[in-house]
Design a binder for this molecule. Structure first.
Ligand SMILES: [Zn+2]
Ligand SMILES: [Zn+2]
Length: 274
């Protein structure tokens, strides 16, 4: 299985020389195996991903949640405008299909956007992603699970061939408060993509307001969790939009003191697993 990062930034996209190395687009991940493809989240990274897909496009998108940094790329996903495209879209939770369709339609309506969702000619099949209910698609088995985040968020465990990847963006976890079900699912994953937006000083309010309850983890807690669950590699994810490349590298260095196989997720990075 190959993982490719298309957007690694959190909250809002960022541009400029300070993010040139790691990238400024918001959450979007592509997983490929045996010629099949899954996409996780439709942050602004989705636009460039859409330009690379061979036609006709037939793919499945899973949404962690519907906060704007995870859906804003969808209006710019060019394959969705083609009638020969087939998309399966999994919205999080009970009634996730309806909530996802509504959210995508709302952001493509006045006063936000000039082109409606109905202008997208692709066949779109919406479905619910339900915690604990695995979805089999192509060679992939995808298991959604609940993560602590304001308004909720789903993590996804993806298994294909002999590789296992966990995508856990937008989650406020500490290693002391790791839900046992989450710990069980993450056990021994080959790659753990985990929210690490804040430093410990930011989280605890020594720099700016306390971030407790804002729904994100620290680089140190991410490293402790990776160690606790026996992950093979940790990718720090959902970088703060104001964070410079050098600052993210420093956070990864701190994480490596706890879990040596830690690195920042970087736009366009490809990782082969299994
Ligand atoms: Zn986010
Ligand atoms: Zn969020």
């Amino acid at each position: 299985m190959q993982v490719r990062f298309w957007g690694v930034r959190g909250s809002v996209a960022s541009s400029g020389s300070h993010v040139a190395k790691l990238g400024g687009n918001t959450s979007c991940l592509e997983l490929t195996h045996d010629g099949h493809r899954l996409i996780f989240d439709a942050g602004t990274g989705l636009r460039a991903l859409g330009e690379t897909l061979p036609t006709p496009v037939d793919t499945t998108l899973f949404f962690s949640h519907l906060h704007w940094d995870h859906v804003q790329g969808f209006p710019f996903f060019a394959p969705a405008f083609r009638p020969d495209t087939h998309l399966r879209l999994y919205g999080p939770g009970v009634d996730g299909a309806r909530h996802l369709r509504d959210a995508l339609a709302r952001q493509m309506s006045p006063p936000h956007f000039p082109v409606p969702l109905s202008a997208m000619r692709a066949r779109m099949d919406f479905a619910d992603a339900l915690p604990g209910r695995a979805v089999e698609t192509g060679p992939f088995r995808v298991t959604p699970f609940e993560l602590p985040h304001p308004q909720g968020c789903l993590g996804y465990l993806v298994e294909a061939g002999d590789a296992r990847v966990a995508y856990c963006t937008d989650v406020e976890l500490t290693h002391e408060r790791l839900p046992s079900e989450v710990g069980r699912l993450l056990a021994g994953v080959d790659a753990l993509v985990l929210d690490a937006q804040y430093t410990r000083d930011e989280y605890e309010g020594r720099v700016g307001p306390s971030k407790v309850g804002w729904g994100h983890s620290t680089n140190l807690d991410a490293a402790h969790i990776a160690r606790a669950v026996g992950a093979r590699r940790l990718f720090l994810f959902h970088h703060d939009p104001a964070r410079t490349d050098a600052q993210v590298e420093d956070m990864a260095e701190e994480a490596r003191a706890i879990f040596p196989a830690s690195e920042p997720a970087r736009e366009n990075k490809r990782v082969m697993l299994g």
